[in-house]
Structure formats: C-alpha cells, structure tokens
Design a protein around this ligand. Sequence first.
Ligand code: NAD
Length: 504
Amino acid sequence: MSDLQEYIQKLNRHLARFRETGILNQIGGETRAAASGETFETRSPVDESFIAKVAKGGAADIDAAARAAKATFPAWRDLPAIERKKILHRIADGIVARAEEIALCECWDTGQALRFMSKAALRGAENFRFFADKAPAARDGQSLPSPTLMNVTTRVPIGPVGVITPWNTPFMLSTWKIAPALAAGCTVVHKPAEFSPLTARILMEIAEEAGLPKGVWNLVNGFGEDAGKALTEHPDIKAIAFVGESRTGSMIMRQGAETLKRVHFELGGKNPVIVFDDADLDRALDAAIFMIYSLNGERCTSSSRLLVQEAVANDFEARLIERVNNIRVGHPLDPKTEIGPLIHRTHFDKVTSYIDVAREDGATIAAGGTRVGEEGYFVRPTLFTGADNGMRIAQEEIFGPVLTSIRFRTEEEALQIANDVAYGLTGYVWTNDLTRALRFTNSLEAGMIWVNSENVRHLPTPFGGVKASGIGRDGGDWSFDFYMEQKHIGFATGQHAIPRLGTQ
Ligand code: NAD
C-alpha cells in the first residue's frame, strides 16, 4: 500500500464519527446542535465530496456561549497561574498525541499539503507551551515610585473574548489566538471559518480532555454574517481577536462600535520580496519560491510580489519559471505533493479570475495559468512577468499560488514600488549590502521584515501588520497587552499634602 492509500484509510477512520454525528458546537461544556437545528455541509476541496454536516450557529448560540464564558470568567481568572500553566501544557500534550489526526483532517478540509500541515499541528502545540510558560508572569507590572506614592502597575485579564479565525491553516491560527487568551486568564468564544470547521472541533475536544474547566472555551460554528456578527456585537464579549480579510476587519470594527470592542486584526497582505543584484541569488530564489508557493499561496505572509533588479532579472525569472513548472501539484495527503487544491469553489474562481485580469492588463503568463484536472480546485502554480505595480495583479491580494514579478532599476524605485500598496504585513529584502539593508528596512512600510531570509517565526517576536494589514501585535508579551488591561495603583508613602476645599 502506498503512503497515500495508507493516509486515506487513516483519514476515513477519523472522519467516520463526524459523518455520523456532524460537527457540533460546544457551549458551557455541552455538545450541542445549533439552537435553530440548522446545519450546513463541509466538503473537501480535493474532490468536492461530503465530509460532514456542521451546526449552523446563530445569535442564540453565540448568546449562550457568551453567557457561559462570562459565568466561568471569575473562576478562570482567579485560578493560580501555575494551574493554568499545567492545563495549557496538557493541551499541548494532547495536540502532539493527535498530531497526525489533526494534520490529515486539516489537509482534507482545506486542501493544504501534508508536508506542511504535519508541522502546523506541532506548531499549534508549541504555541500552547510558549504561552503556558508565560502565564505565571502575565500579571507582572512595574514599580514607578514618586516622591509621595509607591506606584505599581499590574495587568488583569480583560474578560470573555471572541476569537474569529479564517480557513487558511485554521488549526495553527486558532491555537495562536486562544493559547495567549487562556494564559492571560480570559475565557473564550471561538467562531471558526465555515469552510474549515473540522480541526477546531478536535482542538476543543483536546482542551476539555486536558482538564480545561467547562465553559472556559466555547465553540460556535456558523457563518460570518450571523454567528460571527453576533459575536462581535455581544455586550459580554470584551474584545475580538480576528484573523481574516481586510474588508471583514472593517465590518467587525463597525459592528463592535456600539459595545466599544477592543479589536486585534490580522488582515491581508501583498508582500514584496525585493531581490537586489548583489544578493545571494540562489538563496533568494529558494526563499521567493517557498514564500509564495508553499501552503498553496494561501498565507497572509506570502511574498506575492517579486521585485527584482533589472541587471539580474532575466536570469532570475528564467530560473524561477523552470522551478515553478517543476512544483508538484497533487493530492494533499501524498507526502510528495507541494501544492494541493484551493479551499473552495468561490476562492478557486477568484484566484483563477486573475489569470484573465493579468492578460487584459498586458502582463505575461510565464508559468501556470491553468487548472489541473477536472475535479477539485487544483491550480497550476502561476507566475506573471512583465508586470508593473499599477496592475491589479500587483495591488490586490490573490491569496493563491500566484506570483507577480516586477522589475526595478534603483533602490529608490524598489522602495517606491514596495510601499505603493494598501497593505503592509511583511517584506523580504535580499542584499549583501549592510547599509542598504538598514536604510531599506527603515523605510519599508511593513510590520515584519526579514533580510536574507524567508519568514521564520520566532514566538517571542511581534507578529502583525501596518496599513490595511492589521491593528495590533501577537507574540511574546504583545499578546498579553491585547488580552489584558493595565491597572495602576498608587499607595501613599506618607502624609503628603492633600488639596483642601471648603475650608475658607
Ligand atoms: P474572511 O474575512 O472571509 O473570514 C474570516 C472569518 O471571519 C471567518 O470565520 C468568517 O466566518 C468571519 N466573518 C466573515 N464576515 C464576518 C462578519 N461580518 N462579522 C464577523 N465575522 C465575520 O477571511 P478568509 O477568506 O477566511 O481568510 C483569508 C484572509 O485572511 C486573507 O485576506 C488573509 O490574508 C487573511 N489572513 C491574515 C493573517 C495575518 O496574520 N495577517 C493570517 C491568516 C490569514
């Protein structure tokens, strides 16, 4: 039996129970259908086959979940941090124990290739361990003495929070948001993306099996416009951590205005990889290919614009075309596959529509530009050359395995092109000129920049974007800044003069 057949067999064993029971909500520790009794179907992007029915939660389910999160908040907040730490480590252990199941389900539900998803499951466990270890110090503050007062600061968890996640690497992204919220002492209502509900359910099961008190983490499936919207409007929910499209972020900000929600947004990107002629071109080529064609190009940090200096552009693009044509598109559970199908028909239609857009705008389709097979949502990795930065393919987030190559002559021109987009999530700079790297990164408008490297995530560092790419930062202590409130307390150290009114 091939590896692929073996994985398909294992997957079917894991999916059997979901086919039978459906994917249900979890509210106050109870497994529940939607209050309305409504469901929707999740289907695999590999062959469009039925996976399971999913509870279609709405405002009533969100209300029940928010009440559960509110009721359990005081006890979770006041649990000694060392206990929260132990529980979060046990969740990480549970993820590791079920990493293969998570990876197989994620691949089938999203179309992501197994070679990346097995690592994503383990990254989820690392997120829990990282924030578990930080939990005991989360409330620490500063001592800021003045002549008359001993001023101290501390941090307290903000309250029940809503977490809304997208369909790209949904498991890893959910852990990234939920782990710091729990470590801070917040309780959670999670609304996962409707296109990829499978692994959010598994994650929730792991958490409760690990001893997380019932109601601390609640799961409500459903669509953005009803369950998602209700979560952002709920008065008991104090903050919304959202990962998704920029225009959805705008909607959430409007929806949350009435209840003064604190928001943390991780949104879209149109990230440049800038290759100067003095760079290590072999490494730059590997990194540029990896950062746009891994994870099906469905990653916010993808380097979707290649800015390459004129002197090396012909050679660099020729080598790029050869490599792109060699990328293996296939079944996501085949360990050799590098690109699987796109998440959904609507997204497939969006991504492939840019092939016509590129043609109409006068760019060259130098590689790919076609679908693969008649079944599922497979697209050949695509490269557009001869583009300029005014074209839609250079400005809009395509969110697929599609790279737009733009040539530049000078450093000034490279910077102008790099910054001339609505987004500002990441940038990748390839040069061996140290002072240029310092100068360029200083002026590049992005929340995260890597020099002579692909995106290598280090959990203590801040993650997030500027401009239309987001508000706020994750990672390290920055996550706690979002999930916690600063509190100042001043203790008088003596008998300082208090202004006296009404004494004349
Ligand atoms: P999306 O915005 O369509 O949906 C994300 C989530 O928001 C889903 O759970 C959806 O149901 C919900 N939602 C939709 N409308 C809502 C509303 N009115 N109120 C509340 N919730 C609502 O995004 P997507 O297509 O699932 O994900 C892809 C996008 O996510 C891309 O733009 C990508 O760049 C972005 N993303 C950003 C980061 C980052 O860190 N910056 C990471 C991953 C993905």
